[in-house]
Design a binder for this molecule. Structure first.
Ligand code: DC
Length: 223
């Protein structure tokens, strides 16, 4: 199969995919495509429209009308219909609703199409749940990045703390478990390990070590 100049990284919530994908993209001068942010944008629009988690078609219509743009920055700036929603989409209830809405095939179809357009030219590092299996199975490098539940909860807790949000560690663990279950058991494009993915268990690894490993896997795939 012809491969694309794309690195696709999938894995469960809190595995550190975004941090690593962003650093790798920076090193290589590639675009960083955070597919989860797009589901979060739809969840934000749904929240504002007073929609619950069970309205797939209505949420898909919102997704269709949404103009989602990524702009460089640290963190990367997410613009939704011209509004900067970078912070707002990171709120835990928006993440939960994103996971619930992502179960609907109608929503997935709209977002996957747009993600495929964004990565069609190559030179992209993308991360999410189905980037290695559905969005870009022809990616030259596929990574499944994971970490233990305890470690992921701890990382989420630290990340929220840095943003001034005081969260309860046990509650975060519970949310992560629930989200993992939903993301892995939905019928359409569940989170799973693509058979040609490099599996990286990042427990005990620093961000720099993970980034190095991804970069060396990438170099090994250049002809
Ligand atoms: O990676 P994240 O926490 O920002 O993603 C939020 C939710 O969006 C996640 O729980 C499931 C959904 N999602 C998805 O279904 N497919 C993707 N490629 C990315 C995210």
């Amino acid at each position: 199969m012809q491969t694309k100049e794309v690195i696709a990284i999938d894995g469960p919530a809190g595995a550190g995919k975004s941090t690593v994908a962003k650093a790798v993209a920076k090193q290589l001068g590639f675009l960083f495509l955070d597919t989860g942010a797009m589901y979060r944008c739809v969840a934000l629009l749904a929240t504002r429209a007073g929609l619950g988690p069970n309205v797939g078609e209505a949420a898909a219509r919102l997704a269709q009308q949404a103009k989602i743009e990524f702009r460089p920055g640290d963190p990367q700036v997410v613009m939704l219909n011209g509004e900067n929603v970078t912070q707002e989409i990171r709120q835990p209830p928006i993440g939960d609703l994103a996971s619930q809405l992502s179960v609907h095939s109608a929503v997935r179809q709209v977002l996957v199409r747009s993600q495929q357009e964004m990565c069609s030219v190559g030179r992209v590092v993308m991360e999410g749940r189905d980037t290695t299996t559905v969005v870009c199975p022809e990616a030259r490098l596929k990574i499944f990045m994971t970490a233990s539940e305890d470690e992921r909860a701890r990382r989420r807790w630290l990340e929220l703390k840095q943003r001034g949000v005081d969260a309860d560690l046990e509650e975060l663990k519970h949310q992560i478990r629930e989200r993992d279950h939903r993301d892995s058991t939905r019928p359409d494009s569940p989170l799973r390990v693509s058979k040609d993915a490099v599996v990286l268990d990042t427990d005990g690894m620093s961000i720099d070590q993970v980034v190095e490993r991804v970069l060396s896997e990438w170099s090994a795939r250049q002809t």
